[in-house]
Design a protein around this ligand. Structure first.
Ligand SMILES: CC(=O)N[C@H]1[C@@H](OP(=O)(O)OP(=O)(O)OC[C@H]2O[C@@H](n3ccc(=O)[nH]c3=O)[C@H](O)[C@@H]2O)O[C@H](CO)[C@@H](O)[C@@H]1O
Length: 358
C-alpha cells in the first residue's frame, strides 16, 4: 500500500532544495508526499512550482518568549494538518519552520526523521533527534562530534542534491551557455538570499572584470540587494544583462560550467561544490547561528578552498581574479575537492525510511 510522507521545511533554498530532492524520489517510488512550511517564505512558491501539495502555516522565529506565544497558531495549524492528512512518517529538514510539525508529530506518535544540511547540528534538529528514528547528516565531521551514546541515531549520507547534478558535465554546460574556448567562468553567489559584503566587493571590481575579455562573470546578487546594485551599475554605465541576476534558476548548470566559484558557505552550495569538484573562495556568513564557518572549514582544511572573512571580501575578489588565470592551482584544488564527494544522498535516505514494509 502507498504510504503518505509529510515533509516540513522552509526559509531558504538550503533547507528547501534537499527536501524537494527527497520528495521527488518518494513520488517516483509511488508514495504520496505533502509539504508543510511557512505561509510567507520562499517555499510557498518553490514547492508548488515543483508540483507538490503544500500547506502553509503562520510560523515565526522562536527568538524570545513573546515570539513563542505568537507561534501558538502555528502549533494548532500543525496539529490540524497532521490529524487531517494522517502521514505515516514526517521528515524535518531543519530551521525553526519545521518545529511546529515536528512537535505535534511527536505528540501524535508519528515516526520522525530529520535531515541536517550543515556541519553543525541546527536548533530544530538538536531539539528533536532524541525522539527521531534517524537523523541524516551531510558531513562526516558532524558525526564525529556527536556523543558515542547518541551516534546510533545518526547516519552520514551527504546532502540530497538536485538530481541532474549527478550527470552534469562541464563541457556540455559551457556549450549550452555559449562560453568561448578561451573564456574563464567566474561564478559569484551569496546563496539563496544574496550577500551584501560580497556584492559591494564585486561592484568595486566589476569594471575591470568586464574589461578582461577572458573572464565571463555570472553573479547572483540576491533579491534584496538587486535594485540598489542595478542603480550602481547604471551609474557606472554597466548593463545588467542575463549574467547578473537576483537569482539563477539554472544555478547548478552555471556551477558546472564554472572554473572558480566565489560564494557564501551555505551547506548546499558547499555540497554542490563537492559534487561538481569545483575550486572555490568562501566567505561564510558572519553568524554563529547559521554555522557557515564550520561548513567552509571542511573544504579549507582539505586545501580545497580559500577562506576569507566578511570584512575581507575585497581581498577575496582580488584573489579570485588572480587564481582564475592559474590552471595549475585550480586543478589542484579541484582534485582535493573530489575526495570529499558523496554518492546520491536522496537515494540513501529514501532507502532508510521505514515505509517499505506493508
Ligand atoms: C543566511 C542563512 O540562514 N543561510 C543558511 C541557508 O543558506 P542558503 O539557502 O542561503 O544557502 P545554501 O548554500 O545552503 O543553498 C542555496 C541553494 O540555492 C541555490 N541557488 C542559490 C542562488 C541562486 O541564484 N540560485 C540557486 O539555485 C544553490 O544552488 C543552493 O542549492 O541554509 C543553509 C542550509 O541549511 C545554511 O547552511 C545557511 O547557513
Amino acid at each position: 500500500m502507498n504510504k503518505k510522507i509529510m515533509i516540513t521545511t522552509g526559509g531558504t533554498g538550503g533547507h528547501i532544495y534537499p527536501a524537494l530532492a527527497v520528495g521527488k524520489k518518494l513520488l517516483d517510488r509511488g508514495m504520496e508526499v505533502i509539504f508543510v512550511g511557512s505561509s510567507s517564505r520562499m517555499e510557498k512558491d518553490l514547492v508548488p512550482e515543483e508540483g507538490f501539495k503544500f500547506v502553509g502555516i503562520d510560523v515565526f522565529p522562536f527568538q524570545n518568549f513573546r515570539k513563542i506565544l505568537s507561534n501558538i497558531k502555528s502549533f494548532l495549524q500543525a496539529f490540524k494538518v497532521i490529524k487531517k492528512e494522517q502521514p505515516d512518517i514526517i521528515i524535518g529538514f531543519g530551521n525553526y519552520i519545521s518545529i511546529p510539525v515536528l512537535l505535534m508529530g511527536t505528540i501524535l506518535g508519528k515516526k520522525i526523521y530529520l535531515q541536517e544540511q550543515n556541519a553543525d547540528l541546527g536548533m530544530a534538529n538538536k531539539l528533536f533527534y532524541k525522539v527521531a528514528k534517524k537523523c541524516f547528516l551531510a558531513f562526516d565531521t558532524t558525526y564525529e562530534e556527536i556523543s558515542v551514546k547518541d551516534q546510533h541515531k545518526f547516519l552520514v549520507t551527504g546532502n540530497p542534491l538536485r538530481e541532474d547534478i549527478y550527470t552534469m558535465d562541464k563541457e556540455t554546460e559551457r556549450e549550452r551557455l555559449k562560453i568561448g574556448k578561451d573564456e574563464k567562468v567566474l561564478l559569484i553567489t551569496g546563496g539563496s538570499l544574496g550577500a551584501k559584503s560580497l556584492n559591494e566587493a564585486v561592484i568595486k571590481s566589476l569594471k575591470d572584470i568586464y574589461k578582461d575579455k577572458t573572464i565571463r562573470i555570472y553573479w547572483a546578487t540576491g533579491e534584496k540587494n538587486f535594485g540598489e546594485i542595478n542603480q550602481k551599475l547604471e551609474d557606472q554605465q554597466i548593463k545588467v544583462s542575463d549574467i547578473i541576476k537576483p537569482y539563477f534558476n539554472n544555478m547548478i548548470n552555471i556551477m558546472a560550467a564554472a572554473d572558480l566559484i566565489v560564494c557564501r558557505a551555505g551547506a548546499l552550495t558547499v555540497s554542490e561544490i563537492m559534487q561538481l569538484e569545483k575550486p572555490s573562495i568562501l566567505i561564510p556568513y558572519n553568524s554563529i547561528k547559521v554555522g557557515q564557518y564550520e561548513n567552509a572549514k571542511i573544504l579549507e582544511e582539505n586545501n580545497a578552498a580559500l577562506l576569507y572573512s566578511d570584512s575581507k571580501a575585497d581581498e577575496a575578489i582580488e584573489k579570485a581574479l588572480e587564481i582564475i588565470k592559474n590552471d595549475e592551482e585550480l586543478n589542484k584544488m579541484s582534485r582535493r575537492v573530489k575526495n570529499l564527494k558523496k554518492s546520491n544522498a536522496a537515494d540513501k535516505i529514501v532507502e532508510c525510511l521505514d515505509i517499505w514494509r506493508s
